[in-house]
Unconditional design. Structure first.
Length: 188
């Protein structure tokens, strides 16, 4: 696979306390290795708490609070999973609007594990095919999406994966989509 150059791209990573640490760290590292600038966006400024499944992990510095973030300033979006993280994000109007704006601006989005919960709340899964942690299947189908059990699935700029084991494929496909840029059919 050819190496993708993201040196002119800035990618937002939307997360809050309770994110699955490896699902933020590994994509962030891969994006930066490909040349991208990454910003951790959260519901608050300061630090957010990562988790290694149910055990506390490290804390990470937030680059920008969601109240000050705009999708137009970014070339793509990553949504890590963890159970608490997307559940908290989908309850916050600013976070949901931020996610929806990427689709309205035709920008690529990558969500892993429980990350699609925020996509469901943003009403952007209808008519799309995606994968996730298996327990989200009914939620995705009830929101009008089609769920598949695949390591990584891409639907018009929307990259999804099931769990941490899928991170290598998830990162590779997300980098490819971010390098391609806007997708005409990536819409809300």
């Amino acid at each position: 696979m050819k190496t993708q150059d993201l040196s002119n791209k800035t990618i937002a990573i939307l997360a809050t306390d309770g994110f699955e640490q490896v699902e933020l760290v590994k994509p962030k590292e891969a994006l930066e290795k490909a040349g991208a600038t990454t910003h951790i966006i959260s519901l608050k400024s300061g630090k957010i708490q990562g988790f290694n499944h149910f055990e506390k992990g490290d804390q990470f510095e937030v680059d920008k609070a969601i109240s000050a973030a705009k999708a137009e300033d970014y070339d793509g979006l990553v949504l890590p999973g963890g159970v608490h993280n997307p559940d908290a994000l989908r309850a916050e109007k600013d976070a949901v609007s931020f996610v929806r704006d990427f689709f309205e601006q035709h920008k690529p989005v990558a969500a892993i594990c429980h990350g699609p919960w925020t996509l469901i709340e943003a009403d952007v899964v209808r008519g799309r095919t995606l994968t996730s942690w298996p327990s989200l299947r009914t939620d995705i189908e009830n929101a009008g999406g089609t769920w598949v059990d695949e390591e990584c699935h891409c639907d018009q700029g929307l990259v999804t994966s099931r769990n941490p084991d899928d991170i290598p494929a998830f990162c590779a496909k997300a980098i490819e989509e971010f390098a391609e840029g806007k997708h005409k059919l990536q819409t809300a």
